[in-house]
Design a protein. Sequence first.
Length: 567
Amino acid sequence: MAHTGTTTDVLIVGAGPVGLSAAAELRRHGVRCRLVDRLPARLPYAKAVGIQPRTLELWDRMGLIRAVLEAAVPMRGQLTYVNGAVAARIALELPPDVPYGFAALPQYETERLLEEYVAGLGTSIERGTEIVSFVQDPDGVTALLRSASGLTEELRVPYLIGCDGAHSVVRKTLGLSYEGGAFPEAYMLGDVVAESDWDLPEGYALRCEHRAADGSLNDVLVCIPLPGAGRYRMSMKVPPEPAEPADAAPAAQPPRSGSPSDGLAHGLQGGRGPELSRLQAVVDRLAPGPARLSDLRWSSVFRISHRIVGRYGEGRVFVAGDAAHIHPPTGAQGMNTGIQDAANLAWKLALVVKGEAGPALLGSYDAERRPVGEEVVGRTVRHATRGIESDPDDLTTLLLREAQLLVGYRDGPLAGAPYGPVGAPQPGDLAPDCGGLNTPVAVYPLRLLDVLRDRPGHVAVLYGADVTGLARAVAAARAAAAERLPLDVVALLPREADPDASPALGAPAYRDAAGEFARIYLPDGDTGFVVRPDGQLAARFPLGATTAALTDCLKALSVPLRDPVVA
């Protein structure tokens, strides 16, 4: 057995989209990590395909967005048929201030793009390597890893993240509860081309239902468009038919970690997948018009459970993604929620590993993310069993929630005191994007996301018309940053300000040339904001209170000030 000392800060188990996202964020913050996965290669299966606007915003800040936009296709809506007749048409239209729409991207492409990004930061996936066991103590975690050749390695690390799926070895070893239930039905999945005369608008998904006289759902077909002419990921209930013959299509491999034999039926099942003729039979029965299926890339049977972990970690070990929560695929919430778990946890771990925050900060991961997981599990089960029409909210609110743009932590332990008018973005809320910013050199409009891109830490955005007061606030913010809070400082002048005043501010300066920042953020006079690494607001304050506000930020991160900061 090989023994490895502490040359790694974080061990990540599972290299799906969640584990890769955790590695990406940790590496962006300069944290050393190892990323292991028991599978010998990336699986070529579509699986999770929906990409939410919130995830696209996170990838924008990482600098990954261009590659994603070139690979994805838009999701513009859904057309629903019930018993052969059009029943609903939902356009996935978000308010114009939202920078990204809904998208579809096969999971194998999502993983490829993230894997390339992480490799560019110096971390590669260690394939064919699984975690056998681990123990933790107050000073770290000792993990036993086993390679495909059977060689074992004992690795000592400060922290461990389990992103190893619904059958998580990490969760089970921690002994965390995983409460919930299961749907009795099994579903077939297939990645196919459909040659059809369906009158579908570009970028629309198709949902075809058959309902009994009492309104109960007894048959369903869902077709999600994928990149490629006529290509869809189709899902449908498994009909009561004989088992697949010997020439059935190749099925998906077992889950990323563990085995369905643990009693949890969720995800792609092992064995042979349904052959094309079985998928064709369902399409013939339910689709709104004739379609000939071909080019079956893969198929599988899929089972659905809904569960959530009792807590998102213990001590120095954490779980994220399917290891923490599973639920119906309604609304494409699962992978996206897991990616946001990773984004939330990674920046906190990075600050603690680098000594820029206290270990108590890590408790905010469960405090912030578990309520989100509970809400997603409950909502997706409700939508799966009673339909999206059971949601009492108006369509715009419903879509913003599905886009994951309403996720907030106002009640969390890190949210600063509220300040400003009713309806203004407050600490804990997502920091909304806005356009119409410019500089004396770049006269073309920029977005706030452009300003935040490639800034991995906290960013203080200081808005003010009084140049002297703004410069004083910039100096106070920089002094606070010197007290170990990783903080970039950006000055923002109102539309009517003199653009030539920016060089005197002592920080990169932009002008709210279109007035969009003022309209969306509703500053109460000269106002400062702190944007967290995961894009949520950490603080909102009058510029005259910059010192006190940033001192509170430091306290929330459990970092004591060494010396007073003078405004």
